[in-house]
Structure formats: structure tokens, C-alpha cells
Design a protein around this ligand. Structure first.
Ligand SMILES: C[S@@+](CC[C@H](N)C(=O)[O-])C[C@H]1O[C@@H](n2cnc3c(N)ncnc32)[C@H](O)[C@@H]1O
Length: 293
């Protein structure tokens, strides 16, 4: 009977032959997940023997990984902002750059604020749920057109103990407002870019979560004017950007409805988050300012 260490090296060889980067680490992560242990336990028990059922289940996972399936779909879980979210192929796998979007929103919503927040294109619910947990007095909602995605988001909210109202619909159509914050990580890949995406993404993640249309800016063009109509004066729009979307979004946020426009860069230097403030119409003073009588 092979030991755990021997099995791990066999699995790593299978993954390496399939071109998976970091094959031993991936094999360990899948095995730890399968056994309900952490990787430290694997290191502490290199001579352990797996039961037939454990070995068969894990080997099936290794074959799926070797065939290119993302590990998060295989394990059914992904980490986001320090919490574990359930993911299925109905939802985008939450990305680290989306944590930048969440951080930008949290900087703009005071800890005790009873802000009204909507996350548009909520997918797994990772943005809406994180905001609801980090800002417990906020009233948070999430919208998605996909019923299957909303089922995952609702399950995540329940499991993580977050109060979020989810609704099905087209962008902001089911969300009346007015909102203090509209946040979105919308689809921003153009049809022409699709073949250049990593195979793992292209073949496994939902098209509706990735592709915006022929040019990539179609959703921004719809969402930004809709958001201007649903934000209260002084409210914030926060958008995740594709790594080359900033030049498409900048002119849209130059419209007279927007102020305090800011682009935030990721660790690679790409502008990945845009925030903008809905202007106060003439005669309405920002809170705390000395308005003339
Ligand atoms: C890029 S994913 C973002 C998912 C999640 N918010 C995240 O950051 O991981 C975009 C989401 O928009 C949803 N979507 C696509 N078209 C939509 C539409 N017309 N109205 C509402 N949601 C839509 C997709 O189903 C998908 O869940």
C-alpha cells in the first residue's frame, strides 16, 4: 500500500505532465481538502495510508485537475477577503483584484454607517456578503441575471451569516435605490479577447460572467448612466476594471454627474478599480459643509 508521501509524488508527476504549475503544492492542497485536514497535517503524517475510498476520491480530483478544471470548482470552495465561499461552475471564481474593489468601498463607508449598498452582477455573492459582514449596519443587496448564481450567493450568505437581499434581474433594473454605494465587478472581456484567456478560465468559468460584448466596454456603458440615476447625491460608484479597461471607463466617468474620480492600481500596476462620486446637484450641500442659507 503506497504511503501518503508516495501517492503525493505520483499525483504531482501526473499534474506536472499535464502542465499544471506548482504540481506538488496543488496535489497537496487537493488531498488536504479531500481529507478535511490542512497541509501541515500532511507533512506531519508522510507515512499515513489512505483508505480505498479516500484514495479513489482524491485521484478523481487529480484527474479533473490534470484535465484543466480549476481547483476551486473541484473543491467547491474559494477564499475571498479571509472567508471561504462556496463556488460552482455557475459563478465566477472570486479573484484577489476584487478584494481591491471591496477595500475601496470600505474606505468610503464608515464602520457604523447604515448605508444602502448594492452589488450588481453578484455571482457567488463575494462582494455583497463581505460588505454586509464588514459593515453590519448597512443594508446590502445583490443582483444577478443568473438564477443558478443567485442560489450559490444565497447559500454563501446563509453559511457566513450575512444579511443580504438578493434579486434576479438585468443590472440595476430590480434595484430601486437610491443607494449610497453601487459596486460591481461586471463582465469586461471582449469577444476578440476570449481566445487569449487562460484555458482554465475560457473552458470552465461562465461566459456570462466574462464576456461583455464585441468591445469589452458594453456593460460599463450601460451600468454607469444607470448608476448615476440610482445613487443619492454624494453616493459612490465602485467598479472593477479589466486590466485594459481604464481607457474605456475614463471618458464615461468624465460625464458631469461624476466627481472625485479615482483609479486604483493592482500589484502589477494596472488600473483595476475605478471609484467616482455622484455630484451634489446645485443647491444641495454635501453633509458637513457650510451651506449658504
Ligand atoms: C465578473 S462576474 C462577477 C461575479 C462576482 N461579483 C465576483 O466579483 O466574483 C459578473 C456577474 O454578472 C452577472 N451578469 C451578467 N449579465 C448580467 C445582467 N445583464 N444583469 C445582471 N447580472 C449579470 C453574471 O451572471 C456574473 O455573475
Amino acid at each position: 500500500m503506497p504511503t501518503l508521501r508516495e501517492r503525493l509524488h505520483q499525483a504531482a508527476a501526473t499534474l506536472e505532465a499535464a502542465g499544471v504549475a506548482g504540481p506538488l503544492r496543488e496535489a497537496e492542497a487537493l488531498l488536504a481538502r479531500r481529507l478535511g485536514r490542512d497541509r501541515a497535517w500532511l507533512y506531519a503524517h508522510p507515512e499515513a495510508a489512505l483508505t480505498d475510498a479516500e484514495a479513489a476520491g482524491w485521484e478523481a480530483w487529480v484527474r479533473r485537475r490534470a484535465a484543466g478544471e480549476p481547483p476551486q470548482y473541484i473543491a467547491g470552495a474559494a477564499e475571498f477577503y479571509g472567508r471561504e465561499f462556496r463556488v460552482t461552475p455557475a459563478v465566477l471564481i472570486p479573484r484577489p483584484e476584487t478584494e481591491l474593489l471591496v477595500a475601496a468601498v470600505l474606505e468610503r463607508v464608515a464602520a457604523e454607517a447604515a448605508a444602502r449598498i448594492v452589488d450588481v452582477g453578484t455571482g457567488s455573492g463575494c462582494i455583497a456578503i463581505t460588505l454586509a459582514l464588514e459593515r453590519p449596519r448597512a443594508r446590502v443587496s445583490g443582483v444577478d441575471r443568473s438564477a443558478a448564481a443567485l442560489a450559490v450567493a444565497r447559500e454563501n450568505a446563509e453559511r457566513l451569516g450575512a444579511r443580504v437581499d438578493f434579486a434576479a434581474g438585468d443590472w440595476l433594473a430590480p434595484a430601486a435605490g437610491p443607494f449610497d454605494v453601487i459596486a460591481s465587478n461586471p463582465p469586461y472581456v471582449s469577444e476578440a479577447e476570449l481566445p487569449a484567456l487562460a484555458r482554465e478560465v475560457r473552458e470552465h468559468e461562465p461566459r456570462a460572467a466574462l464576456i461583455a460584448g464585441p468591445h469589452g466596454d458594453e456593460v460599463y456603458r450601460r451600468l454607469i448612466p444607470q448608476a448615476a440615476a440610482r445613487l443619492r447625491p454624494g453616493g459612490w460608484l465602485a467598479l472593477e476594471l479589466g486590466y485594459q479597461s481604464a481607457e474605456q471607463v475614463r471618458p464615461l466617468l468624465a460625464a458631469p454627474e461624476w466627481d472625485e474620480v479615482e483609479f486604483r492600481r493592482d500589484a502589477q500596476g494596472w488600473e483595476r478599480v475605478a471609484t467616482a462620486r455622484r455630484i451634489f446637484p446645485e443647491g444641495i450641500a454635501p453633509p458637513g459643509s457650510c451651506a449658504a442659507p
